[in-house]
Write a protein that binds this ligand. Structure first.
Ligand code: OGA
Ligand code: MN
Length: 295
């Protein structure tokens, strides 16, 4: 089989065709997929309905599996955020993203609302390198629920030179207070002073450990704070950076089909999700690869 990499006409992303990722990959195919991922930041594989075991086995061919964010938050902050209705048979390396309610409890995270632009779990010191999200059930595109991805290399490269100089060496707090859906994490409901928000200290510009390229690293907007600046200055710098970063030209938009698997580089791509019709079921499972400390 020959693998085809078809780049999207967008700010990032490519579709990989001609490979069944439910089977063990040959070393050549694996290397080609890995190279495409580093080049394009986001990969789409279509028509790959699979089990959690196959999903984890595919992921493991590219590194070590990370645990779900509930476990990461518990480890760093000692608070429990796990969703209560999660099915017991689902392994801790799988995150469930869903609006489905069973026995009165949500079986997964994020509900049916908009999820704001974010990097996954950048509020822990060592965020995952990658997320691999597969669709088990999803509404038709006309009902919403599309996911957008954003190229943070390009966002950095296109910054005005004086802003690049200004942010060089700055660090910020990536707040652990809220999910990307804007819901306060349990135990973090009452934070008001952004200079004292629990979170991870991260560089504003990070160098990708594999490609050596620089990328803007913003995490999420709510409760973010640039360390060392008066709050007002931090707010206006962040507002400028977010306005610049979230330009459509840096993005690619995924409209989901059942059987899609999307694999993004969490070190240089952000993502967000549209709200969708609450009467529809949407069920996604996600694995993640362990990352390294951002520098
Ligand atoms: C995620 C995420 C968005 C979506 O899995 O990290 O943000 O479209 N998902 O479900
Ligand atoms: Mn996410």
């Amino acid at each position: 089989m020959t693998i085809e990499t078809v780049p999207f006409e967008a700010g990032c992303g490519a579709e990989i065709r001609g490979v069944d990722i439910r089977q063990k990959l040959s070393p050549e195919d694996r290397d080609q997929i890995r190279a495409a991922w580093l080049d394009h930041l986001v990969l789409r594989f279509r028509d790959q309905m699979m089990s959690d075991d196959q999903h984890m086995a595919f992921t493991r061919q590219f590194g070590e599996l990370e645990f779900n964010p509930g476990a990461l938050i518990a480890k760093q902050y000692g608070v429990q955020t796990e969703t209560s209705g999660r099915r017991r048979e689902i392994p801790p390396e799988i995150s469930v993203i869903s609006n489905i309610i069973e026995d009165g409890k949500a079986i997964g995270g994020l509900g049916d609302g908009e999820a704001f632009w974010h990097t996954d779990s950048s509020f822990v010191d060592v965020p995952p390198a990658a997320s691999l999200l597969r669709s088990l059930e999803c509404p038709p595109p006309s009902a919403g629920g599309a996911t957008e991805f954003l190229n943070m290399y390009a966002a950095y490269e296109m910054l005005p030179a004086d802003v690049k100089t200004r942010i060089d060496g700055l660090a910020m707090i990536h707040p652990a207070t809220h999910s990307s859906g804007g819901k306060a994490h349990k135990g973090f409901e009452n934070v008001t002073d952004v200079t004292k928000v629990p979170g991870a200290r991260q560089p504003l510009v990070r160098t990708h450990p594999e490609t050596g390229r620089k990328a803007l690293f913003l995490g999420r907007r709510l409760n973010a704070y640039v360390i060392g600046l008066p709050v007002e200055e931090s707010e206006s710098l962040l507002d400028f950076l977010w306005e610049h970063t979230t330009q459509e030209k840096f993005t690619w938009r995924q409209e989901w089909r059942v059987g899609d698997l999307i694999w993004w580089d969490n070190r240089c791509a952000m993502h967000r999700r549209d709200a969708f019709d609450p009467s529809m079921r949407r069920l996604m499972h996600r694995t993640q690869l362990k990352g390294t400390r951002p520098v």
